[in-house]
Design a protein around this ligand. Structure first.
Ligand code: DGY
Length: 335
């Protein structure tokens, strides 16, 4: 039987590409930037599978232009770049990478919250710019994290991991907003209280946004919600750009109706709303919440496990570990 062909759409760890080469003819993208759309379509011609990240848009037009494509396996947990219903309609299996990045991403969310509340990057800039002349009582004075109320918008795996850190490590009161309730025993273990979105905004001293980006969550945190927050509160977004209205956030920060923000994701990234670049009370990082080396390797290996299984080769052909549209397997994949 002839070998199947797969595209690795982004530069990844060479030994992980070798896992694919053992079973497939592999095309790689050698540059570090995402392929432009035409280049992606061209590279996917005659490919049976694609290893992608959160940066390759996979939509109906691309699927129609790449008729051999049967499996799209992403190393990201967020999959707003992939039109899953369009894939399902065409018999294309989609997988993402949940679980393996939970703790690393929660570490980062917590770190961003602490850096934001305690003005760490602002203090560093102040020092590096030679502005530190003497110790003073209110210099870079921020908000406490321990004992404060931690609000979590989106109580999935990562939200719960952040809540555990706040509850067990920092004696924080946990409040959250999520479509569904946590199971009663988890709510009890975290002493967590589910609130309406508006009450969450009013109550949180530190709000962490971790909800997936969908048409329903676009600008879920907009001007009206920000206006409900305490002027001493902070907001952290490690979800996706677009869940928070960045223009409204920049205004709230500039006007002082919100104390500070920590942002790892942005609307239209890598562009950043200019208003956010102009003000000191924002900690900005370039979408790196899951970026520890062990975790990025685990994410990439999980995508490879999925691709091997989806295309029916390797140690456990057939059932990919983390499918998003398992129903596709009930019928033959595209030929
Ligand atoms: C994810 O896995 O969704 C991270 O945000 C990287 O894209």
């Amino acid at each position: 039987m002839s070998r199947k062909t797969v595209l690795v759409a982004r530069r990844i760890f060479p030994d992980i590409v070798e896992r694919l080469r053992a079973e497939f003819d592999v095309r790689t993208s050698d540059g570090d930037a995402p392929l432009a759309r035409e280049a992606l379509v061209a590279a996917l011609q005659d490919c049976d599978g694609a290893f992608v990240t959160g940066t390759e848009p996979i939509d109906a037009a691309l699927l129609d232009a790449c008729p051999r494509l049967k499996a799209v396996c992403s190393m990201a947990v967020g999959y707003n770049n992939i039109d899953v219903p369009a894939c399902t309609a065409r018999g294309v299996l989609v997988t993402n990478a949940p679980g393996v990045l939970t703790e690393t991403t929660a570490d980062f969310g917590f770190a961003l919250m602490m850096a934001t509340a305690r003005r760490i990057t602002e203090g560093e800039r102040f020092l590096r710019d030679g502005l530190w002349k003497h110790w003073s009582v209110d210099m870079m004075a921020g908000a406490d994290v321990h004992g404060a109320t931690l609000g979590i918008l989106g109580m999935g795996r990562i939200g719960q991991a952040i809540a555990r850190r706040g509850h067990a490590g920092f004696d924080m009161r946990i409040v959250y907003h999520n479509r569904s309730h946590l199971p009663a025993e988890e709510e009890a273990a975290l002493k967590a209280t589910r609130l309406s979105l508006d009450d969450l905004m009013r109550t949180a001293d530190h709000l962490v946004v971790v909800t997936p980006y969908t048409p329903q969550t676009h600008h879920l945190v907009g001007a009206a919600q920000l206006a409900l927050m305490k002027p001493t509160a902070t907001l952290v977004n490690i979800a996706r750009g677009g869940v928070v209205d960045d223009a409204a956030l920049a205004r709230a920060l500039a006007e002082g109706t919100l104390a500070a923000a920590g942002l790892d994701v942005f609307e239209g990234e890598p562009a950043v709303h200019p208003g956010l670049l102009e003000i000191p009370n924002v900690v900005l990082t370039p979408h790196i919440a899951s970026a520890s080396i062990p975790t990025r390797r685990a994410m990439a290996n999980l995508a490879v496990d999925n691709l091997l299984a989806a295309l029916g080769v390797g140690p456990s052909p057939g059932l990919p570990p983390t499918p998003l549209n398992l129903e596709v397997l009930a019928r033959p994949l595209r030929t």
